[in-house]
Design a protein around this ligand. Structure first.
Ligand SMILES: NC(=O)c1ccc[n+]([C@@H]2O[C@H](COP(=O)([O-])OP(=O)(O)OC[C@H]3O[C@@H](n4cnc5c(N)ncnc54)[C@H](OP(=O)(O)O)[C@@H]3O)[C@@H](O)[C@H]2O)c1
Length: 252
């Protein structure tokens, strides 16, 4: 049974991706940081589809903890799947924080750098020995990395996500020797809790964003989760090193 690990599977896009992966026959390890109940919901939804699931805690802000996390993954694979490897790694966890020039603090910069860029780099390194040959790695980037998606205040966030877009190409080349594909999905505005529940707190933000999408609405987590599952699965076997925008044609 193929096993997918979804980093940041306790909410929004990651929770939806876990379910879409289960629909395509994957068992799932979901990670959570502050919402174990969200991870439990993902586990229950995956199990309702007849697949197995395990939830593990992980804070991407703490790279020193990654070797211990890799050990917990190794144990979970052995105990739940009698396996030594997993097949899919989804790097989806993220935080959205804005700061315009003049407001950017060391703390803002460092936090986004640690969670959005350093964390994925070192976590990939820690988990690579457990990733099976022929597997797939999928990152969640952002349409804010594209020229049309530029929104004042999101420069540091977008720069870190842009770093991932470049990293994807290098990892794709390095891991190709093992038949492992590496891609990313770049969501446009999507109805999740990102930005401290911004869409719940400021629902008036939604209509203008929807108007900028060719398809006339903002994304739902399932819209992006399905693309992650596609990039994880064999259906995309000839795609590697790519960043695929899933935004309903944002700012086309
Ligand atoms: N929503 C959008 O409009 C949009 C657009 C472009 C890109 N994205 C990207 O999509 C990805 C998923 O975000 P979302 O929109 O689904 O937001 P979300 O609903 O807030 O979910 C974020 C997920 O990341 C986890 N997470 C946050 N900080 C973490 C940390 N330090 N360590 C480990 N896990 C952490 C959260 O875990 P807990 O809840 O358990 O803490 C949660 O599972 C992010 O990378 C985001 O940048 C979103």
């Amino acid at each position: 049974m193929p096993v997918a690990i979804v980093i940041g599977g306790s909410a929004g896009i990651g929770q939806a991706a876990s379910i879409e992966l289960a629909r395509r026959g994957f068992d799932v390890v979901v990670t959570y940081r502050s919402h174990p109940e969200g991870a439990a919901e993902a586990v229950a939804a995956v199990e309702a589809l007849g697949r197995r699931a395990v939830a593990l805690p992980l804070d991407l802000d703490d790279a020193d903890a990654f070797p211990g996390f890799a050990e917990r993954v190794r144990q979970a694979l052995a105990e739940t799947w009698r396996a030594t490897t997993f097949q899919v790694l989804v790097h989806n966890a993220g935080v959205g924080e804005a700061a315009r020039l003049g407001e950017i603090t060391d703390e803002h910069y460092e936090r986004l750098q640690r969670v959005l860029l350093k964390g994925p780099v070192f976590l990939t390194q820690a988990l690579e020995p457990l990733l099976a040959d022929g597997g797939s790695v999928v990152f969640t980037t952002s349409s804010s990395t594209k020229p049309a998606g530029v929104t004042p205040g999101y420069g540091v966030y977008a720069a870190m996500k842009g770093g991932l877009v470049v990293l994807v190409r290098y990892l794709a080349k390095e891991l190709a020797a093992r038949g492992i594909r590496v891609n990313s999905v770049s969501p446009g505005p999507t109805r999740t809790r990102l930005g401290g529940d911004a869409f719940d707190r400021f629902p008036e933000l939604i209509a203008p964003l929807a108007a900028r999408a060719a398809l006339g609405r903002i994304g739902e987590p399932e819209d992006v989760g399905a693309v992650i599952a596609f990039l994880a699965s064999d259906e995309s076997r000839w795609i590697t090193g790519q960043d695929l925008e899933a935004s309903g044609g944002y700012d086309l």
